[in-house]
Design a protein around this ligand. Structure first.
Ligand code: NAD
Length: 496
């Protein structure tokens, strides 16, 4: 990687310091109740932005604007190729401003700017480009009928309508674009609500959308908290679909709120991903992989590899190796070139993560490495590796969303037993397997109850369906399934 630069830092700081209104119906508007809330830089704890808070009346107005866009032939009858062109233009604009977006993401979320510039923003751009390609390929099919009569029957894929999209703070722009891109490619109208902790890149993105010339109301941005903004959106009868990424607890509330008018619902929720190191794996590669799986983004990743199962042959080497990496990890502001781990998002989250480490130890686990106390400004948590946990401990069962790893050893090579331990969770978002045996990799992958199984690394791509088994979610984002979820199938039958 080239040495990270933060060339647009001053531009990003100036943008953060401006007053941030709501974007509704193609215009920047004051929140109707006139309320703004403070947003903080997690590396310093200082306030760095004033963000408009949308209330019920703003939600009503955004829903009316989005419905208006769906009724406007300029959007509803726009050629798919033109929709694709607009989305690609947005990707180009994002790419042209990548340094500014990376700096903004780091200021707002705390992540190392290198991660923002070389992973998060490029992922957002790729989501836009990938889904732009689908706009011209949303074909139905002709259907051969088997009953009585002679008909010509076929299906159409129509946009589902007005979509409310609610995203969390851990990958703000990447997650927003992974939702916006397929919705716009399918011809829907969007109301995006970023997390209250991280609104800045979504606000800057709305400026680009305004400049690019989408018809008014196709994209609306409502900043604000889960309550009242998110809750009002998910309960609104004028919204046809809700897509949500966040905690399993809020996912449940959203399901209930959506029931009123049977909104279509896609949920990407929490995880407790197992990482399994088999006896034939290369332990050196597994050490790097396991550390990356849990420490990236300070563990604030839905798919973070938070449970490490290592065959006893490699257990000491792998756990010591991951522990050494944890101890040596350079924590600091994401703006510093050599920072490997930034702060967690907030004081509440910092205290929560530290609390899990303490509760693990008081429940009888051993703090094998890391977990050192960190003093000073900013919301920093030292990475920690725990051994000696049992399956009932909170630290093993619950999603921590921080850099805390539970490491366990296993002795046998029976894949059913290994899979049973890995599957012993309410979550089923991801799983990682380290092995050099191709046949074992495929066999174990089939036994794991997870939406994504990665073998020897492997990452995230807008073309690869992503979502959860069990309490990790409903439906899939990305890939063909991701865009299909923004359409309704209409069957048409003509008697011949
Ligand atoms: P959260 O559920 O608290 O908040 C997520 C979003 O929901 C925020 O925008 C918030 O304002 C909004 N919200 C809160 N209450 C709401 C309500 N009653 N109605 C509507 N919206 C409401 O989650 P978080 O703490 O911001 O994010 C961390 C969680 O996100 C973790 O559980 C993590 O696993 C999950 N996550 C999942 C994925 C995935 O793809 N499966 C990806 C990233 C994060």
């Amino acid at each position: 990687l080239e040495k990270p630069q933060v060339p647009s830092l001053e531009t990003a700081r100036a943008f953060a310091a401006s007053k941030h209104r709501l974007f509704i119906g193609g215009r920047w508007v004051e929140p109707l109740e006139g309320r703004y809330f403070a947003s903080h830089n997690p590396a310093t704890g200082n306030k760095h932005a004033d963000i408009g808070e949308a209330g019920q009346a703003d939600v009503d107005s955004a829903v009316a604007a989005a419905r208006g866009a769906m009724d406007n032939p300029e959007w509803s009858e726009m050629k798919p190729s033109l929709r694709a062109r607009l989305i690609n233009r947005l990707a180009d604009a994002l790419e042209a401003n990548i340094d500014e977006f990376a700096a903004l993401e780091t200021l707002d979320n705390g992540m190392p700017v290198r991660d923002a510039k070389f992973f998060h923003i490029p992922h957002a751009i790729e989501s836009l480009r990938y889904n732009a390609g689908w706009a011209t390929k949303l074909n139905g099919e002709t259907i051969a009928l088997s009953g009585m009569g002679t008909w010509h029957a076929y299906t159409l894929r129509e946009p589902v309508g007005v979509v409310a999209q609610i995203v969390p703070w851990n990958a703000p722009l990447a997650m927003a674009c992974a939702k916006i891109a397929p919705a716009l490619a399918a011809g829907c109208a969007v109301i995006l609500k970023p997390a209250e902790e991280t609104s800045l890149t979504a606000l800057r993105l709305a400026q680009l959308i305004e400049e690019i010339g989408f018809p008014a109301g196709v994209f609306n941005l409502l900043t604000g908290f889960g309550e009242p903004t998110g809750a009002a959106l998910t309960a609104h009868p004028g919204v046809d679909k809700v897509t949500f990424t966040g905690s399993t607890a809020v996912g449940r509330l959203i399901l209930r709120a959506a029931a009123g008018n049977f909104k279509r619902v896609t949920l990407e929720l929490g995880g407790k991903t197992p990482v399994i190191v088999l006896p034939d794996a290369d332990p050196v590669r597994a050490i790097e992989g396991a550390a990356r799986a849990i420490f990236t983004n300070a563990g604030q990743v839905c798919n973070a590899g938070s449970r490490l199962f290592v065959h006893e042959r490699h257990f000491d080497q792998v756990v010591d190796g991951v522990g050494k990496l944890a101890d040596a990890m350079k924590l600091g502001s994401g703006l510093e070139a050599d920072t490997q781990m930034g702060p967690v998002i907030s004081e509440v989250q910092r205290d929560r993560v530290r609390g899990y480490v303490r509760s693990g130890v008081s429940d009888g686990a051993t703090l094998h490495a890391g977990g050192r106390e960190i003093h000073g400004d900013g919301f920093f948590v030292a990475p920690a590796v725990l051994t000696g946990t049992d399956a009932e401990m909170a630290v093993r069962r619950e999603e921590i969303f921080g850099p805390v790893l539970c490491a366990m050893s296993f002795a046998d090579a029976d894949l059913d037993r290994i899979a049973a331990d890995a599957n012993a969770s309410d979550y089923g978002l991801g799983a990682v397997v380290w092995t050099n045996d191709l046949s074992t990799a495929h066999k174990l992958a089939r036994k794991l109850k997870a939406g994504t199984v990665r073998v020897n690394g492997g990452g995230l791509d807008p073309a690869l369906p992503f979502g959860g088994f069990k309490q990790s979610g409903w439906g899939r984002e990305n890939g063909r399934e991701g865009i299909d979820a923004y359409t309704e199938t209409k069957s048409i039958a003509i008697a011949l």
